[in-house]
Design a protein around this ligand. Structure first.
Ligand code: AMP
Ligand code: MG
Length: 322
């Protein structure tokens, strides 16, 4: 369903060029633009200007201790903002452009607004694959800060209509690029410089790139526990909240529950009737939005296997239920 708000522009087909030019002007002037990525819709603003970054926090109602991911089009642009070691370069070579965010030591001359990193000495960087987001970054020639385009703590948006419902009047422009293919936020990996020894890695947030894929590249023996200083507040216990009680691992619904099925467990709707985890990830937030809007006062969700991207799905479901 396309969004109908007057500040929403179709960014597909013949309309894409004009829409992106208009969005780039808004970004250049310090405004906010909701834009599709392959993970979820992001709320973008120029990362080098305090007032623009402040507008993101204000629109989302986001606590200012929760730093933002900075988006660039390639590794060269990323290396102007952070220090890359061999591990970071290997991850970028393997998974960029794509749904992987790297948390790395920030360069002193990065030129980013201090609010982007919320006082941390690190910066979170991602090189997205979605053509609309890539075109917007390229057209502005700026690094773009972009958290998910929803009110803080609420369910993430995977369509322009979700953005319009959550943030409609609070953002300058929404680019409608259709539904997000992956549907779940990027995997966040922190690389931590070793004390003279080999650096370690930590998954701060599970996502479409599985921990096993990271381990295969960097070595499972170098996985380290997250230090107190490096946290991903998107990992707050309660997040992605649909505004109703959520019951997990349900075999079937109680009379007052809206049921989200998976595989052989049926429901009012299903994450994936065939039990396909990638399809389930892509439909997760759309299903939660539908359940939130349903008449039933409670939500029940079928069990989802805790393998590969199922780990990211269960991570989000636990926070939705918290
Ligand atoms: P969102 O933009 O809503 O997808 O959330 C971005 C996530 O990235 C949040 O969980 C942030 O805490 C995390 N993040 C951003 N920058 C950093 C950083 N420098 N260190 C650790 N986590 C970060
Ligand atoms: Mg978010």
């Amino acid at each position: 369903m396309p969004a109908t708000k007057s500040n929403c522009l179709l960014a597909q087909g013949d309309n894409a060029g004009l829409a992106i030019a208009r969005a780039a002007q808004v970004i250049h002037d310090g405004g906010t633009v909701a834009v599709p990525t392959e993970t979820v819709y992001g709320l973008a603003a120029r990362a080098d200007r305090d007032a623009a970054v402040a507008a993101i926090y204000r629109a989302k109602g986001r606590p200012d201790f929760n730093p933002l991911i900075v988006h660039v089009t390639d590794l060269a642009a990323a290396e102007r903002l952070a220090w890359f070691d061999d591990s970071a370069r290997a991850l970028a070579a393997a998974f960029w452009p794509g749904p992987l965010t790297l948390v790395l030591p920030r360069r002193a001359d990065a030129g980013l607004s201090a609010a982007v990193c919320a006082g941390l000495p690190t910066v979170a960087l991602r090189c997205p694959a979605h053509p609309v987001m890539r075109a917007l970054i390229a057209r502005t020639s700026l690094p773009l800060a972009a958290p998910s385009a929803n009110r803080s703590g609420a369910v993430s948006p995977t369509s322009a209509a979700h953005v319009a419902a959550s943030l409609g009047g609070r953002v300058d422009l929404i680019l409608d690029g259709g539904d997000c293919a992956r549907g779940i936020e990027s995997t966040i990996v922190a690389i931590r410089g070793g004390d003279g020894a080999v650096p370690g890695w930590t998954v701060l947030r599970p996502g479409p790139i599985d921990r096993d894929q990271i381990a295969a590249l960097l070595g499972p023996d170098r996985e380290v526990e997250a230090a107190d200083g490096i946290t991903a507040p998107g990992q707050l216990a309660s997040h992605y909240a649909p505004g109703k009680p959520v019951r997990l691992d349900a075999g079937g619904p109680a009379p007052d529950e809206f049921m989200i099925g998976f595989g052989a467990v049926p429901g009012d709707i299903s994450l994936s009737q065939s039990g396909d985890l990638a399809e389930a990830a892509s439909r997760l937030y759309a299903c939660l939005h539908t359940a939130a809007a349903a008449l039933a006062p409670r939500i029940a969700i079928a069990p989802v296997p805790d393998t590969s991207i199922g780990r990211a799905i269960n991570d989000r479901l636990r926070r939705a239920a918290a």
